[in-house]
Design a protein around this ligand. Sequence first.
Ligand code: FES
Length: 140
Amino acid sequence: MDRRKFLKTSGALCGLGLVGSALLVESCKKSSTATAAQGPTVNFTLNLTQPANASLNTVGGSVASNGVIVVNDGGTYIAVAQACTHQGCSLAYNSSGNDFVCPCHGGTFDTGGNVISGPPPAPIKKYTVTKSGSVLTIAG
Ligand code: FES
């Protein structure tokens, strides 16, 4: 192979390498920006007069049901998905920090479901909570 032919061939391969690199970077970018909130689709009720839900009558109290944690946030109720977006461990509400803590690797989420710290790659889903009399409806 003469020098001119060699340079032409290697230049074409470099071009392919650049295209391949660009595709690789793009595919990595897509996976790292997949930050949609995660959680089940639900629509259920909790009756605050039932003993199993009694803790929801106290500010800072919480109940886990249907894959969702419901919290009395002081006059309002909040609800977020219970499964951590890292490896699926069950989150617990931490009333002193007003956040959700994962017992497996220390991930934490705020009351909006956003990741505060730790390895979780995506937020947890937040649900709407409506109160009618003594019944909460959690949906989303
Ligand atoms: S499973 Fe929650 S931080 Fe790893």
